[in-house]
Design a protein. Structure first.
Length: 273
């Protein structure tokens, strides 16, 4: 019987690996015998995460501090891994830390989000998928968001970029799955990550940054469900609440879905004031 490492190894590239779901997913890959390349902006944090993973699992690690919104981000990553056989790509990056109206943020910030969530992702998938298809095995996991199911206020560029991620993963699956490559778009709802805690603390929704946001799914649960769903692509809704939301929004017209989401966000923001 082939092992997880036989199917998806020997190396994985994990974008957004400094904390939260990305770091936990990297740990899960290492526990399954995969060497990991960790990508994020903060070099010191990445080194700490990598050292912990190596000490606990014994796998090899590599880090690259890179801004995924930079025009040359994909080129930097590809150059840093050109000597590795990469059989797994995880793209877990692109959270929106601002949650502000479109006109209250700069156009450059919105463009950077599209670059990070869409363009860099596309370039990395195009590069690494070629080797996976050649070997007849591999996996690509793209972390999406329920925000991509319909447009809503305060996340104009974010929700649009996550809609791209979902459809991109679905289309990629149709081409790569027959070649032996698993592609999964994981659609997450509210998740207890450092980014969400910082946002909700700044808006007065939780009393401290180490408090769990009400209704948020724990990272460990998300990662466990993600690994259990690798063969269930192209689109997997993670968590009971997310599956219920997807079913609800899918049962109404697009216009109604947008109205429902806008009303829900307005209610949540009102309760935080």
């Amino acid at each position: 019987m082939s092992t997880f490492a036989d199917e998806y190894g020997p190396w994985a590239v994990v974008a957004g690996a400094s904390d939260g779901v990305g770091a936990a997913f990297a740990e899960g890959l290492a526990e399954r015998g995969i060497n990991v390349v960790l990508l994020a902006r903060r070099a010191a944090v990445l080194e700490e995460v990598a050292a912990g993973i190596a000490a606990r699992t014994g796998v090899r690690t590599r880090t690259l501090a890179v801004d995924l919104a930079a025009d040359d981000a994909a080129a930097q990553i590809i150059a840093a891994t050109e000597d590795l056989a990469v059989g797994f790509l995880v793209y877990c990056a692109g959270a929106d830390p601002a949650f502000q109206p479109f006109l209250d943020t700069s156009a450059d910030a919105a463009v950077a989000m599209v670059q990070r969530n869409c363009v860099t992702l596309l370039r990395l998938c195009h590069h690494y998928a070629a080797g996976m298809v050649e070997r007849g095995r591999g996996g690509i996991v793209i972390f999406g968001s329920g925000a991509g199911l319909a447009g809503g206020p305060n996340m104009v560029a974010y929700s649009a970029s996550k809609a791209f991620d979902m459809v991109f993963a679905e289309a990629l699956w149709t081409e790569l799955n027959p070649a032996g490559v698993d592609v999964v778009g994981l659609i997450l709802g509210k998740t207890n990550t450092p980014a969400l805690r910082r946002l909700e603390y700044s808006r007065g929704q939780i009393a401290a940054e180490d408090h769990a946001p009400p209704g948020a799914v724990e990272v460990s649960s998300v990662v466990a469900e993600a690994f259990a769903s690798l063969k269930e692509g192209p689109t997997v809704f993670v968590g009971d609440d997310m599956r219920a939301a997807a079913q609800l929004l899918g049962s109404v017209s697009r216009n109604q879905a947008v109205s429902f989401l806008a009303a829900a966000i307005a209610e949540a923001m009102g309760s935080a004031e």
